[in-house]
Design a protein around this ligand. Structure first.
Ligand code: TUI
Length: 314
């Protein structure tokens, strides 16, 4: 057990959330994380609403524990997904890549806990005024679509700006990372990359092998010029993308490279032309564990580090 305002809000044993990763966070992973005492999430990403409904029903079949759905607000199906979440009375919803204001009354009417992922102090304050339950402050060490600030700088500034519980995300993969996030004032953590390297995560085996081989400097950010920066592991796709981007290529040319690229990596195991989304913490991850082992180790080590911290000074 590790009780904070976040674990109390979520009704979980630990204040640990699994990232709502596009194409990766399906019902298998979500149920495994929730069963292990964290909050498992289904990543709705760009999927149609009926796919999301099936995933929700599968999680409900496998566990009575709380779970959630992450809504990617740029999805063409976001409106329909938002309705399915309300109909299915999903316990928790997180949102990414936008401002979820227009769905808040729909979800709050069903008593759903709403936790937007934010990448700025301004959006955190605005979300607090709208009556959300907590925020995830996500630094740009994260994989996928990212903001500007690092976790180290964003989390304390968000903590100072709002009274809501803050969950830190971006660059957290072990007990040291969790302890550091708690020191910054966060009351919980969200991890994505660490949960990809688990036995219950159903990505192609090449994806997991690539993650385990990744070094500290192996991620790249594409799309900084197009307004959609995305962090992935470097490969032929990122090399070509960054060359094209530097040479002033059109949006169409760039989008052609990334179209369907995440599916190619996750489902087909194409590590050359696929989009292998990953956070900067990949270099720290060197083994496949179960979700239970990840949560036990990260929370156990964090508690130990914090308890022993005072005796570290000479
Ligand atoms: O959303 C994420 N991470 C994602 S979404 C995704 S799917 C995708 N694939 C390719 C291209 C684009 C998306 C993969 N990874 N994380 C949460 C997050 N939200 N990070 C940053 C933001 C964010 C950024 C700007 C939230 C709000 C925002 O501004 C909203 C506003 O209106 O002020």
């Amino acid at each position: 057990m590790m009780k904070t305002r976040v674990s109390t809000l979520l009704g979980t044993e630990y204040p640990v959330i699994q990232g709502g990763m596009a194409w990766v966070a399906d019902h298998h992973l979500a149920a495994a994380v929730s069963m292990a005492g964290g909050l498992g999430l289904i990543g709705a990403a760009n999927a149609p609403a009926e796919w999301v409904r099936t995933q929700i029903q599968e999680v409900k079949k496998h566990t009575d524990k709380p779970f959630g759905v992450n809504v990617m607000l740029m999805s063409p199906y976001a409106d329909e997904v938002a309705k399915v979440i309300a109909e299915e009375k999903v316990p928790v919803v997180t949102t990414g890549a936008g401002n979820p204001e227009k769905y808040l009354s729909l979800w709050k009417n069903q008593n759903i806990k709403v936790i937007p992922v934010i990448a700025s102090v301004a959006l955190a304050k605005r979300m607090e005024r709208c009556g959300v339950d907590a925020v995830v402050a996500e630094g740009c060490e994260s994989g996928g679509h990212i903001g500007e600030s690092t976790t180290m700088t964003l989390v304390p500034q968000v903590v100072d700006a709002v009274k809501l519980p803050v969950i830190a995300a971006g660059g957290i993969g072990d007990g040291r990372g969790m302890a550091a996030a708690l020191m910054l004032g966060a009351e919980g953590v969200q991890m994505g990359t660490r949960f990809v390297a688990t036995s219950e995560c159903h990505v192609h085996k090449n994806y997991k092998e690539r993650l385990l081989r990744a070094k500290d400097i192996d991620t790249r950010v594409t799309g900084r010029n197009t307004g959609h920066p995305v962090r992935t592991l470097r490969n032929e796709m990122t090399k070509k993308y960054l060359e094209l981007e530097a040479s002033g290529a059109t949006l169409e040319e760039l989008e052609y490279l990334t179209l369907g690229a995440l599916r190619k990596a996750v489902v087909e195991g194409d590590m050359k032309s696929g989009s292998v989304m990953s956070g900067q913490i990949a270099g720290l991850i060197s083994n496949i564990m179960t979700c239970q082992e990840v949560i036990d180790e990260v929370t156990g080590d964090a508690q130990k580090i914090i308890a022993e911290h005072a005796s570290r000074f000479l």
